[in-house]
Design a protein around this ligand. Structure first.
Ligand code: ITT
Length: 192
């Protein structure tokens, strides 16, 4: 079965590719000739994931899924949350977003946070949702060079290294995205 991953984030594709079994053919947006930005104007992860998958399904009538992910920090009342990509403003870099989080978290002792991913899958016109999350803490400075986004300042529970200090395989064992993807893959396997 062909399945389009409706994302412009190459890091996400790199992360989930090893999880996909050979019974599914994963296509990227460039594989189907789409090279624009997909609108993300909703105020929840569910809403944005759904908006992204519907956008591609409506245009190409092809089975597809989209992931919307947020870093939810307790002491910041769930921020950056659904605004994780543009927390420091439109067009900002991963570094700008990290700087803003570290600035807002200065002097705060409650560092509890979680990454949460919601996937919207559209299969033959019907939508299904899958969710994954991982709890952890916000570090006081960056650690590690791997991964992307907020990985250098997020240390998952039961670990003493950040996501950016992990190999892809290590991150994939516990991450929000891999948890949601595993649910999606289990669901697809029930249809076979
Ligand atoms: P698409 O919408 O095209 O999939 P995006 O980068 O805009 O790509 P999101 O809106 O889901 O994706 O992501 C919000 C931001 O959260 C993202 O830009 C990263 O900064 C951060 N993020 C998402 N997943 C992450 C992860 O696994 N580790 C660290 N940061 C992550």
């Amino acid at each position: 079965m062909k399945l389009v991953f409706a994302t412009n984030n190459q890091h996400k594709i790199k992360e989930i590719s090893p999880l996909i079994q050979s019974s599914f053919q994963l296509l990227s947006l460039s594989d189907i000739g789409f090279s624009e930005e997909i609108p993300e104007t909703q105020l929840t992860l569910e809403g944005n994931a759904s908006q992204k998958s519907h956008f591609i399904f409506d245009k190409y009538t092809i089975n597809c899924f989209a992931d919307d992910t947020g870093l939810e920090i307790d002491a910041l009342e769930g921020e950056p949350g659904v605004f994780s990509a543009r927390y420091a403003g439109e067009g900002c870099s991963f570094q700008d977003n990290i700087d803003k989080v570290l600035f807002k978290m200065q002097g705060i002792t409650n560092r509890e946070a979680r990454f949460r991913t919601v996937i919207s899958l559209i299969l033959d016109g019907t939508e299904y949702f899958f969710e994954g999350f991982v709890k952890g803490k916000i570090l006081t400075e960056k650690h590690g060079n791997d991964g992307f986004g907020y990985d250098p300042i997020f240390m998952p529970v039961n670990f003493n290294i950040s996501f950016a200090e992990m190999t892809l395989a290590q991150k994939n064992k516990i991450s929000h995205r891999s948890m949601a993807m595993e649910k999606l893959i289990r669901f697809l396997n029930t249809l076979k």
